[in-house]
Design a protein around this ligand. Structure first.
Ligand code: NAD
Ligand code: ZN
Length: 369
């Protein structure tokens, strides 16, 4: 039986439905939710080959009139060109206000299709069907959609909440272990931010998550989604100065610098950068006296036990600490040599710190453990 998790927002709620075999049951599930039996599925070529046909069949069997559009796999598809190609094709199909856009794929497809749904005819109903662990635990929940520009990632976009999220954990069976690990880093992150029980659960069950045991995966997705849903409910539009959605960036300032330096060519996945970034954020928190050493040791032990990325030195090439620091200061405004970081007082106790000395960040990057 699928698990149903409500995401409560001011202007109405939606559910995240988590379970096995949801692609095959999508017709029945969506009939109960969507205003019209008409949908356009957007997917990428990898995912389409595996799951598009069963999805189209399930929808047709339930009386849906459905079309599909496929993009190339990879971050490059989150572009203005691809956005234009999709909206042109959709308008050519003479969509109506109640035609739904269904994103079938990972975070790339979800972000791109979500932005298409947000902007076409000023907003079409949107369904997320995430097929990567990262998109099931993170990007499909929360309503952030968007594309990249030459000035940086995710700079054009909109908040557009889905009508429902269908997270079919059986699709994760075909996902490479490397991608599973990348998604797992975001689950660990949720625990570290504000759910110590989730981190303890990871210590106990992380191995089963990485070995893709379907029941453990479903439980992990449910726990991480519940955490994200609570954060999003509290701060839908990321307006809170303290706490709220900003805390979801734990480990990401370091991670983004590593990603930018590696150059988004697939050699370093976002989740891999986050995995290393989480440990660096803990090292920085210890160095600044906010966090006990034993909590850092516990995190390091967990990452190492599962052979998760944990150190910059594992990336197989040298990084100048100064270059990484430059990325971080470009990313955010630096005032009087001080930066804003999400830090921790311990496992499950993240907070926003506005006066982190750039020198301390530099020292952590040089140290790297
Ligand atoms: P992705 O969408 O690129 O998918 C990774 C790879 O796995 C792709 O090659 C894809 O074709 C393949 N794939 C997907 N599902 C598969 C399956 N079931 N079996 C086999 N292969 C499969 O990457 P991702 O990690 O899912 O998402 C990354 C994107 O998410 C980034 O663009 C990031 O900016 C975005 N993101 C958005 C949010 C948000 O809140 N909107 C949050 C975090 C990340
Ligand atoms: Zn992330």
């Amino acid at each position: 039986r699928p698990r149903r998790l409500p995401v409560r927002l001011e202007r109405g709620s939606y559910e995240v439905i988590i379970g096995s075999g949801l692609v095959e049951r999508a017709g029945a599930l969506l009939s109960a939710i969507l205003p019209q039996k008409r949908a356009i599925v957007i997917s990428d070529a990898h995912v389409a080959e595996l799951y598009l046909h069963p999805l189209l069949e399930a929808l047709s069997d339930s009386g849906f009139s459905v079309q599909s559009l496929v993009v190339q796999p990879g971050e490059k598809s989150k572009s203005l060109e691809e956005f234009q190609r999709l909206t042109d094709a959709i308008l050519e199909h003479k969509v109506e206000r109640r035609t739904a856009i269904i994103a079938l794929g990972g975070g790339v497809v979800g972000d791109l299709a979500g932005f298409v749904a947000a902007s076409t005819l000023r907003g079409l109903p949107f369904v997320q069907m995430p097929t990567t662990l990262l998109s099931q635990v993170d990007s499909s929940v929360g309503g952030k959609t968007g594309i990249n520009t030459k000035w940086g990632k995710n700079l054009i976009g909109a908040f557009h909440q889905p009508a429902v999220v269908l997270a079919d954990v059986s699709t994760l069976a075909t996902l490479p272990l490397r991608e599973i690990k990348a998604g797992y880093a975001e689950i660990v992150k949720s625990g570290l931010i504000g759910d110590p029980d989730l981190f303890a659960w990871c210590e106990k069950h992380g191995e089963d998550v990485l070995s893709q045991d379907p029941n453990t995966l479903a439980e992990a997705v449910e726990k991480a989604c519940a955490f994200k849903a609570a954060v999003v409910t509290e701060d839908e539009f990321e307006r809170k100065a303290e706490g709220g959605r900003a805390l979801l960036n734990l480990g990401h300032t370091f991670g983004h610098a590593l990603e930018a330096e590696m150059g988004y060519d697939g050699s370093l996945l976002h989740g891999e950068a986050v995995s290393i970034g989480l440990r660096l954020a803990f090292m920085l928190s210890v160095r600044l006296g906010y966090c006990p050493q034993e909590d850092l040791d516990r995190l390091t032990a967990h990452l190492d036990a599962l052979e998760m990325p944990s150190r910059i030195s594992q990336l197989g090439r040298p990084f100048a600490a100064r270059t990484l620091l430059d990325h971080m200061t470009r990313d955010k405004k630096m005032q009087d040599g001080k930066l804003t970081f999400v830090l921790v007082r311990g496992i499950g106790q993240a907070f926003t710190c506005r006066d982190v000395q750039a020198q301390a960040v530099h020292d952590v990057l040089v140290d790297d453990g």
